[in-house]
Ligand binder design. Structure first.
Ligand code: BTN
Length: 258
């Protein structure tokens, strides 16, 4: 399918800021998952869909992806070509959260916070999520997929206590094309930081937007449910939590605020 004209024009507006990204942009009216469609592509490729039938979230969840109101995007990155592979995925995850928050703010003028590792929140409601997956024939490829609730129809009404959209927050719906263009431009900037080893800029961007520092959180550890107080993230993007006087490092998992 051809990319709609408003998307073409919004991408043209930010072309000088797209860096290594959007070397190709593939558009689907409907696709299973944009992450699957992107897995065979090379660095910089972008896949966008109006709707997904098999949209995936983190931790095996599905991502509600109806036509016309969400933004469903996947971008192919190869961070380990210059970042130590042991840190590449976690730092890419952190960088993507910062970029998405910056891009949403630029496109919609709405300030958002990050919940570790990279969920975008407004207050206690989730606005957008990111799924980073190893993909393609080469283990170096990371497919970074993100979903943003632009219109109110992007999430089921029964989730409205926990989920929000740009339209719900702003009272009107910003153009999806502009949200796409600004998030890709921000992602290109953070990807450039990542490849150039400017990790401090990424980590400090994340800390500025951290939603839960000092907050009490719960998560599921190897031995069952745990809770503690968020302290910080470390240089690899792992979460540091204070539990009974000691600091624990969480590298993967899902946090809940208590
Ligand atoms: C999360 O659980 O918060 C991550 C959600 C990621 C959803 C996006 S939508 C575009 C891309 N394709 C998918 O199947 N998932 C991601």
């Amino acid at each position: 399918m051809t990319l709609p004209a408003d998307f073409v024009s919004a991408l043209d507006d930010v072309r000088p800021r797209l860096g290594l990204l959007a070397t190709s942009v593939t558009y689907f009216e409907t696709v299973g998952s944009t992450n699957d469609a992107a897995a065979a592509l090379s660095e910089g490729a972008v896949v966008v869909a109006d709707a997904q039938t098999q949209g995936r979230g983190r931790r095996g969840r599905s991502w509600f992806s109806p036509a016309g109101s969400g933004l469903y995007v996947s971008v192919v990155l190869t961070p380990s070509r210059s970042v130590d592979p042991r840190r590449a995925t976690s730092l890419t995850t952190i960088a993507a959260g910062v970029a998405l928050a910056d891009g949403v703010e630029a496109a919609a003028g709405l300030s958002v916070r990050l919940k570790w590792p990279n969920d975008l929140y407004v207050g206690r409601r989730k606005l957008a999520g990111i799924l980073a997956e190893a993909g393609g024939a080469s283990a170096r490829i990371v497919v970074l997929g993100y979903g943003i609730n632009v219109g109110e129809g992007a999430y089921p009404a029964d989730l409205r206590d926990r989920v929000t959209s740009l339209e719900s927050e702003l009272g009107s719906r910003p153009p999806r094309a502009r949200v796409l263009a600004e998030t890709l431009a921000a992602l290109a900037g953070r990807y450039d930081d990542l490849l150039a080893g400017r990790f401090d800029a990424i980590l400090s961007g994340w800390r500025r937007r951290a939603a839960a520092h000092g907050a009490r959180v719960e998560w599921t550890g190897a031995d069952g449910p745990r809770s503690g107080d968020v302290v910080d993230i470390d240089d690899d993007g792992a979460l540091l939590v204070r539990v009974a006087g000691a600091t624990e490092r969480i590298v993967s998992g899902e946090l809940n605020w208590t």
